[in-house]
Design a binder for this molecule. Structure first.
Ligand code: COI
Length: 355
């Protein structure tokens, strides 16, 4: 990619990389040496910079802390078996953050600025991309209103865009138990559920905590109006196999348009599976389970990639799904994505951007 922005680079003299145990990476607890930062003021983006990873300092009147005017992305970079670093579908993330930004009245980020900042950060912090199997550098672009003002404003005069990164291992270990949520909602139609906005995650915390206390790892969110249709699984999109058909809730204003979801749908089509993007009711799942037709359920997301579901709890019953070993599609998709990222599969969908 031809460079358009003159990104100022100030490298740290004290790398922390020697302190990291790359063989025992937790999710999101340690951060690479640098971060990309650019400020928006008076209607324009300022000078982009790469600086040592550091705390930001703010007044307590920072708008986004009060009114949640903040959106983010999550994407990953991988090191393949030959040591080459690639990012998975970064352009999709550059596009999606702007959809989120528009909904929350934040300025959009020129896609080239997003990508150039990301690639430069990955160049400077290249050594932070783990080589260990199943590990990656999780990249967190974050955009928020940084004006110090107690008014609620659709035109914040100051905003900040930051990209920082964290070497990570897997998000979940093994299949998870999920509980169908029929009281609380994550997002309602017409709200901000489709945006990657901090507030969506805040709304999910209390009900998820209650589900964890009951022995589940995550919730299956249902629609806000009737609690009848499945929307998402925890922080992931959700897919089922009913008979020989893959089924996933169609995206809407209350469902995140996941990039892993989109990729898995594309793989299913490429490989000739029947796949339907439509409403999926809880009743349909229970009925399919009764008839022995509920063959698979799995979440898709950047952090979790593909996470299979072992049980679905609903109305006091735990519906057990078939053993994960025998699940053809989710294992094939998970295996393909893993090998693609390790450079052991052909990138016939053109998803990996080599740096
Ligand atoms: C992601 O999959 O990147 C997410 O947004 C999940 C995150 C909340 C850990």
């Amino acid at each position: 990619m031809e460079e358009q922005y003159n990104i100022q680079i100030n490298k740290t003299e004290n790398s922390r990389i020697g302190e990291i145990d790359f063989n025992n990476l937790a999710f999101g607890r340690t951060f690479s040496d640098h971060m990309f930062v650019v400020d928006y003021e008076n209607g324009e983006w300022g000078t982009p910079q790469i600086i040592p990873f550091q705390n930001l300092s703010f007044s307590p009147a920072l708008i986004s802390l009060h009114y949640g005017q903040t959106v983010f992305e999550g994407l990953k970079a991988f090191r393949d078996k030959d040591g080459v670093v690639s990012a998975f579908r970064p352009e999709e993330h550059a596009i999606r953050i702007n959809k989120s930004a528009e909904r929350l009245c934040l300025p959009t980020i020129p896609e080239d600025l997003f990508l150039e900042g990301l690639y430069k950060l990955l160049e400077v912090d290249n050594e932070w991309v783990p080589k260990q199997e199943g590990c990656s550098l999780y990249i967190r672009p974050l955009l928020f209103a940084s004006e110090e003002f107690l008014g609620v404003s659709p035109t914040p005069s100051k905003c900040k865009f930051v990209i920082f990164a964290s070497p990570v291992g897997s998000y979940y270990s093994g299949a998870i138990k999920v509980l169908v949520e029929t009281e609380y909602v994550r997002a309602a139609e017409g709200g901000i559920g489709f945006a990657k906005a901090g507030g969506n995650y805040a709304a999910s915390l209390l009900p998820t905590k209650q589900a964890v206390e009951k022995g589940y790892q995550q919730l299956l969110w249902t629609d806000a109006k009737e609690h009848k249709y499945i929307e998402e699984a925890g922080t992931m999109n959700i897919m089922f196999q009913i008979g020989d058909t893959l089924v996933t809730p169609a995206t809407s204003t209350s469902i995140l348009s996941g990039i892993t979801r989109k990729s898995v749908v594309a793989l299913a089509k490429k490989w000739g599976y029947k796949i339907e993007e439509r409403k999926v009711s809880v009743d349909e799942l229970v009925e399919a389970h009764k008839q022995g037709l509920l063959k698979d359920a799995f979440g898709t997301g950047t952090a979790a990639t593909i996470t299979q579901i072992s049980h679905i709890g609903y109305n006091g019953v735990d519906y057990e799904l078939p053993p994960v070993e025998g699940r053809e599609f989710s294992n094939r998709a998970s295996d393909y994505l893993q090998k693609l990222k390790d450079g052991q599969e052909e990138d016939y969908m053109n998803w990996m951007v080599k740096l």
